[in-house]
Design a protein around this ligand. Structure first.
Ligand code: MLT
Ligand code: ZN
Length: 480
């Protein structure tokens, strides 16, 4: 940390108390670097307000003194969205102490939670009321709902329930000047002017600080069937998705694709992982059907659908889990891919989405290009194929090739994102923009889109104090 002006620390302490202001030094370190260790920042101070009133007072103080504020949740961003810059002039505002579950209304299917609640905490609260909160991510034990909202998180059940934006009824937000926008509605129908809350979802803290949210709940899942399916290629996986949706009357809640190489990485780097099939297959799909009706025989539906597909040569093999333990083991093979990939060494990550109908064609163009243009890398394209979202990652072939691979990051990113654009896709499907993809947004958004975003930014944060350097360059930074 830089040495903060003593009166600033004193003023912050007066607002958040001793417990809400981190001492300078080691305690602050986790707030100054991101999950992937791409960025190392410094900060004026790290504050942890415990109420909305405290957040508002901190922002009033920062607005008056023109101090930049970096909202910080569970720090699981892949794009450096919650890490301060290296100037030492920004204040980190962590939401971890704002973590109360304010209310739950099982009849209205709605729950109000503060921003610092972890996703797992919200899932558990819903479950204890006999309801279900569907957002589901590998980092759910540590990511916070405020960060999920700020980045419009996706995950493994978007196919059925939508992204974070689709799961919100209302928000409470502290604006850049310290005013509180109170919008914790429990209404599903409310046509009263602009959809203001939507602006803050996916804005990554650049327009205000989300302090609480009113979230949609769903009937508890009472029946479930999960299968690991081996397929020859991506067209077969896409065809299987359509087949399962029809056969199950839209009860497919997850449909995840993994190439053989991803499974091999997991088998090599994750303790206890094992290949459930006797021999290798080129691609695998992990699919899950769910229903709120305990009596729904989803395993029968899945077995019939997969049996038919096997008979017609559409799939190579399939295993339906027969116990919760086996189901968890299938999911571990999928959820550990990012951990296995980072243990294996350097990788280039591209979080892309495409129309599902164009996925196979995209891969047919992109895979051979990686093969020849990136000799030190191997393509590991996996992910939420049911949503058209691929983590189009390239891993170094060996530790000795990390540096060479990383040296190509920019040219590979350009080629991949240009192709994604040609295919009508997005260069940021579910991981946001953060500081990593600011230039990408400038390149691929239209001038009109950028102008609209800058007008909104100017209206809500005229002095540019909210999470500067993230999502959008603004004000003086616009023309460096
Ligand atoms: C995932 O789906 O596993 C994550 O979004 C992480 C990744 O990009 O590797
Ligand atoms: Zn993902």
């Amino acid at each position: 940390l830089t040495a903060a002006a003593p009166d600033l620390r004193a003023q912050l302490r007066a607002i958040v108390g001793e417990a809400g202001l981190l001492a300078e030094g080691a305690a602050a370190v986790p707030y100054l670097t991101d999950h992937r260790r791409l960025y190392q920042g410094r900060a004026l101070a790290v504050v942890l307000p415990a109420s909305v009133t405290e957040v508002a007072a901190v922002l009033r103080l920062c607005a008056a003194a023109r101090i930049a504020v970096v909202p910080h949740g569970g720090n699981t961003s892949y794009c450096g969205g919650a890490t301060p810059d290296a100037s030492g002039q920004q204040l980190v505002l962590a939401l971890a102490r704002l973590n109360r579950l304010r209310s739950i209304d099982a009849v209205n299917d709605c729950l109000i939670a503060e921003a610092g609640c972890t996703l797992a905490q919200i899932q558990a609260a819903a479950q204890s009321a006999g309801r279900f909160f569907p957002l589901s991510l590998g980092s759910q034990g540590s990511c916070q709902i405020g960060g999920n909202l700020a980045t419009n998180a996706g995950g493994t059940s978007v196919l059925r329930y939508g992204m974070m934006r689709d799961l919100v009824l209302g928000l409470e937000v502290v604006l850049a000047d310290g005013r509180v926008l109170e919008g914790l509605s429990g209404l599903r129908k409310d046509n009263t002017g602009y959809d203001v809350k939507s602006l803050f979802i996916g804005a990554e803290g650049t327009l205000g600080v989300i302090t609480a949210a009113s979230l949609k709940l769903f009937p508890e899942v009472r029946a479930r069937a999960t299968a690991l399916v081996a397929v020859a290629d991506v067209p077969a996986a896409v065809a299987l998705l359509a087949h399962l949706k029809t056969a199950s009357s839209e009860r497919v809640s997850s449909f995840e694709l993994m190439p053989r190489l991803a499974l091999e990485l997991t088998l090599r780097h994750i303790d206890g992982a094992r290949d459930p099939f006797g021999h290798p297959h080129p691609w695998y799909v992990l699919c899950e059907l769910t229903s709120a009706r305990a009596a729904d025989a989803l395993d029968v539906i899945l077995e019939e659908a997969l049996g038919g597909a096997l008979e017609h040569g559409q799939i190579e093999d399939a295993l339906i889990s027969t116990s919760e333990r086996e189901r968890q083991a299938f999911w571990r093979l999928r959820e550990n891919i990012p951990a296995a990939q980072s243990r294996a060494g350097a990788s280039l990550k591209h979080d892309i989405s495409l129309p599902v109908s164009r996925l196979a064609e995209f891969l047919a163009r992109a895979a051979p290009w990686i093969e020849t243009a990136v000799p030190e890398g191997r393509l590991i394209a996996y992910g939420h194929v049911g949503d058209g979202n691929l983590h189009f990652n390239v891993s170094a072939r060996s530790a000795g090739e990390d540096a060479a691979l990383l040296g190509r990051a920019e040219s590979v990113r350009r080629w991949v994102h240009d192709l994604v654009c040609e295919f009508g896709g997005s260069f940021s499907a579910e991981h946001g923009i953060g500081q990593l993809k600011v230039a990408e947004l400038e390149r691929y958004a239209t001038p009109v889109e950028l102008a609209v975003m800058r007008s909104i930014k100017a209206a809500l944060d005229p002095h540019g104090i909210m999470n500067p350097g993230k999502v959008l360059r603004f004000g003086a930074a616009e023309n460096p």
